[in-house]
Design a protein around this ligand. Structure first.
Ligand SMILES: NC(=O)c1ccc[n+]([C@@H]2O[C@H](COP(=O)([O-])OP(=O)(O)OC[C@H]3O[C@@H](n4cnc5c(N)ncnc54)[C@H](OP(=O)(O)O)[C@@H]3O)[C@@H](O)[C@H]2O)c1
Length: 260
């Protein structure tokens, strides 16, 4: 069975801007019954909630905060679609994103905590409710927003790539655990989307709204792994064709211009 968007109740992390906000807007367009829009600064959700106060429920949630995660899962008992979207790329200082050049591993640890451990904790927190929804005859789903940076190491953002590839493999492990209970688990290897995180990316970008449609279409088709937004399918093909050569080229570019 594949998940269906119309009529479902969704929960989106990092919903106040970028890809998360795009998901909330598109979920409303596609007829969800309700969407919990979560953000670590709930005041930033006001313009979004104003779009449809009847169906959008604002939630205060820093995904790295265990107490807030627990409260969110407790409050949103009726969720059948969890979108783990919140994420960070790492320090603004390129040196702090390096494993050796960094003054310490503090930034890398924050990236791992946010982009990996917090995402697993969200899945753990919501899994019992999602399984209960499956028992009620609905096909619930988790969508983990990964990145094409999980297909190869983006050496300028090594800690980000390390966290995303860890989450990609964890997504497969979660799929194996949750599928027998009737819960679908999707991994999304997003390409270039026009948001704050991609501000320095010089390539053409997909809008957050178009990205959300691409992902939700693929979820409704039942695709486990999804490659939305500009560049994603091309990078997948290039990595598959020559994984060693593709990665070598990225290391060469980094060596030629290490402070990007
Ligand atoms: N844009 C792209 O090209 C691209 C490509 C591949 C993957 N992605 C992934 O897409 C996801 C969304 O990123 P984006 O592009 O929309 O970037 P963005 O505009 O920077 O949005 C990131 C969102 O995550 C939230 N967030 C960060 N840390 C959080 C925390 N500890 N608790 C709760 N929320 C937190 C941010 O909240 P604040 O507003 O409070 O900071 C913001 O809402 C990320 O997982 C990113 O890795 C993006």
């Amino acid at each position: 069975m594949n998940a269906h968007i119309k009529g479902c109740t969704a929960f989106v992390t990092g919903a106040n801007q970028g890809i998360g906000k795009g998901f909330v807007e598109v979920l409303l367009d596609r007829g969800v019954a309700k969407v919990y829009a979560a953000a670590r600064r709930p005041d930033t959700l006001a313009p979004l909630v104003a779009l449809d106060p009847r169906r959008i429920v604002p939630v205060a949630l820093d995904v790295t905060d265990a107490a807030q995660r627990g409260a969110a899962a407790q409050r949103a008992q009726d969720v059948d679609l969890l979108i783990n979207n919140a994420g960070i790329g790492g320090s603004e200082d390129p040196a702090e994103r390096r494993f050796l050049a960094a003054g310490s591993l503090a930034d890398a640890r924050v990236v791992m905590e946010t982009d990996f451990w917090a995402q697993i904790e969200m899945c753990r927190g919501f899994a019992p409710r999602l399984c209960a929804r499956a028992e009620a005859g609905i096909t619930p789903a988790i969508i983990n927003i990964l990145s094409v940076g999980a297909l190869f190491c983006v050496v300028e953002y090594s800690s980000y790539s390390a966290a995303k590839v860890a989450l990609a493999y964890a997504t497969i492990g979660l799929r194996a655990e949750l599928e027998p209970a009737g819960v679908r688990v999707h991994g999304v290897y997003t390409g270039s989307v026009d948001t704050r995180i991609s501000a320095r990316n010089p390539h053409a970008k997909t809008s957050p709204v178009e990205h959300a449609h691409e992902v939700l279409d693929a979820v409704e088709r039942g695709e486990d792994d999804i490659y939305p937004a500009l560049g994603a399918k091309e990078i997948l093909a290039a990595v598959r064709a020559d994984p060693v050569g593709f990665q070598r080229e990225r290391i060469r570019r980094f060596r030629d211009n290490p402070m990007r």
